[in-house]
Design a binder for this molecule. Structure first.
Ligand code: GLN
Length: 547
């Protein structure tokens, strides 16, 4: 039976609860324990699939096809444990399930209430797979005191009572603001936040305090006294130069020791931190730099492409270079020459995206990279852009485009080299969709296999011809243009195992020009960079040496 660590937050949001959870997971692993991380989100969306990346950041897709919060990306990048559908839940999902059961009559005429019906549903979720790992880390989204969060806090309180004593601990993250005028770190907001938590029956075992300044011993003692935690369980969390320092930094201030002590574990193996020492060393001691342009739509909020930024960093770590990324809004060169804006980069990446806005600019970026022989990585929509570019400029199909844009505009303007996929095979069943289906969860989602052409560039990148990658899209490159495009030099070097869906294209006679229909960034880790990002950055390094 797993031991449970519940991670909550107080005072303000965006304190890095996800990162602290992920780093703690990594530290427990370093001591030889198995872990799983889970996110409980109080918002009412059923999942983040329909939320704007501007507002909520990237949607992270799991192998089993769940559209989840970007914190699950942190969890995977730090622990290497592949997240599952059952590692992410929201109030929306909980209430949907409860209401479906009510309609089916499962509650046998009872009045449906938050306690126990909603809380039971949450507890059942928390329990899933609890016989598989040593530690289950459950992060509660939001901040203590939020109206939506209450059922979740109540559920974890009950859960800890349902379990034998010592099976669950609570870790609370807060902020110690610094008052410049008096030169003091203030503990009062933390005291209030813990008071709030205790008023709903949760007494934190560990307090993690974010602070921009060193927390003096006196303040730690005060926090311990007023918040009713042990002095060595007040863990300072200082700002870090890079998130990949988090496991080492949290270890240094005693987080894993405090957690084990809270469980009464005295015989834990010493941690092997060599992986994180290597990761940190590579982050801090690069040997050179490359500049990569990311031409996309959601460029104001870097979180919208969180995993891409991280995967590029991992590629840089492997090649021992610092990757400087610049996010360029594709719309800026829509009506002019892209060259002046794109010159000077060692590589160009066009990420995934939805809708027509900005696509003409992305097509120009693909053209620039192809004709100037600059390394190019097109991801999902970025691959579709590369195909449309080749169809227009190499195969002479001036009106080549994607059905997605016609659907959006409500009129037919393009020859669809990218079309809406209405039926595909998922495992042993066929999935069917229409254009007007719900927007949530109706895409080709999750892991699908692909077969790579022997001798192709991508087969060399992967060192294999059978791969599995995560997908999240509705539209597909039309196989019927394969011959025509291959004759012009755009090779379809990766296909779905049934040979019907193009998964990868690459340009012949180009040092590195690859488009993939899937999202390789989701599987990259600092200690195991994704091969496409590893080699894309390597190509950028080679490009940087040419100029
Ligand atoms: N909008 C495109 C599609 O649905 C690409 C999606 C993406 O880039 N994730 O196929």
């Amino acid at each position: 039976m797993a031991r449970y660590i519940f991670i909550t937050g107080g005072v303000v949001s965006s304190l890095g609860k996800g990162l602290a959870s992920a780093a703690l997971g990594a530290l427990l692993q370093a001591r030889g324990y198995t872990v799983r991380l889970r996110k409980l989100d109080p918002y009412l969306n059923v999942d983040p699939g329909t939320m704007s990346p501007f507002e909520h950041g990237e949607v992270f897709v799991t192998d089993d096809g769940a559209e989840t919060d970007l914190d699950l990306g942190h969890y995977e990048r730090f622990t290497g444990v592949a997240a599952r559908q059952t590692d992410s839940i929201s109030s929306g999902r909980v209430y949907t399930t409860v209401l479906e059961k009510e309609r089916r009559g499962d509650y046998l005429g009872k009045t449906i209430q938050v306690i126990p019906h909603v809380t039971n549903e949450i507890k059942d979720f928390i329990k899933i797979g609890d016989d598989e790992v040593d530690f289950m880390l459950c992060e509660i989204g939001g901040t203590v005191g939020d109206i939506e969060g209450l059922p979740f806090f109540e559920s974890i309180r009950q859960f800890s009572q349902d379990k034998p004593r010592g099976q669950c601990i609570f870790m609370h993250l807060t902020l110690l603001p610094y008052l410049k005028a008096s030169g003091e770190l203030k503990t009062k907001p933390t005291q209030h936040s813990v008071k709030e938590l205790r008023s709903i029956g949760i007494a934190p075992d560990i307090l993690v305090c974010r602070s921009e300044h060193i927390i003096p011993e006196k303040e730690r003692a005060k926090l311990a006294l007023f918040c009713n935690v042990r002095p060595d369980s007040v863990i300072p969390a200082y700002d870090l130069e890079t998130i990949y320092d988090a496991p080492l930094a949290y270890h240094k201030v005693g987080m894993d020791r405090a957690v084990l002590a809270a469980f009464g574990i005295t015989d834990a193996p010493a941690p092997d931190l060599s992986t994180w020492q290597d990761v940190s060393d590579r982050m801090h001691n690069p040997d050179g730099e490359v500049k990569i342009a990311i031409v996309g739509k959601y460029t104001q909020l870097e979180d919208a492409y969180k995993s891409i930024g991280e995967a590029l960093t991992h590629g840089g770590m492997f090649n021992r270079v610092k990757v400087k990324t610049e996010w360029i809004d594709a719309e800026v060169f829509e009506n002019g020459d892209a060259a002046p804006r794109l010159e000077g980069y060692d590589a160009i990446l066009v990420p995934g995206g939805f809708g027509e806005r900005g696509t003409e600019g992305k097509i120009k970026a693909a053209e620039f990279a192809r004709t100037r022989k600059i390394p190019y990585l097109g991801i999902c929509l970025g691959m579709q852009m590369a195909v449309i570019e080749a169809a227009r400029n190499l195969a002479g199909m001036q009106d080549a485009g994607s059905e997605e844009f016609d659907h959006e505009a409500g009129e037919k303007r393009f020859t669809p080299v990218v079309y809406h996929l209405k039926e595909w095979v998922e495992g042993n069943r066929t999935v069917a969709r229409t254009v007007t289906d719900d927007k949530g969860g109706t895409m080709r989602l999750g892991a699908y296999n692909a077969t790579l052409t022997e001798g192709s560039k991508v087969a060399a990148v992967y060192g294999d011809t059978a791969i599995s990658e995560r997908h999240r899209h509705r539209y597909e490159v039309d196989i019927k243009y394969r011959e025509q495009l291959e004759k012009c030099g755009l090779i379809f070097s990766g296909m779905s195992p049934d040979g019907k869906l193009p998964e990868i294209v690459e340009a012949k006679d180009h040092p590195w020009y690859i488009g993939v229909q899937f999202h390789p960034e989701l599987k990259s880790k600092p200690f195991e960079p994704h091969p496409l990002f590893r080699d894309f950055v390597k190509a950028a390094v080679e490009q940087s040496r040419l100029v």
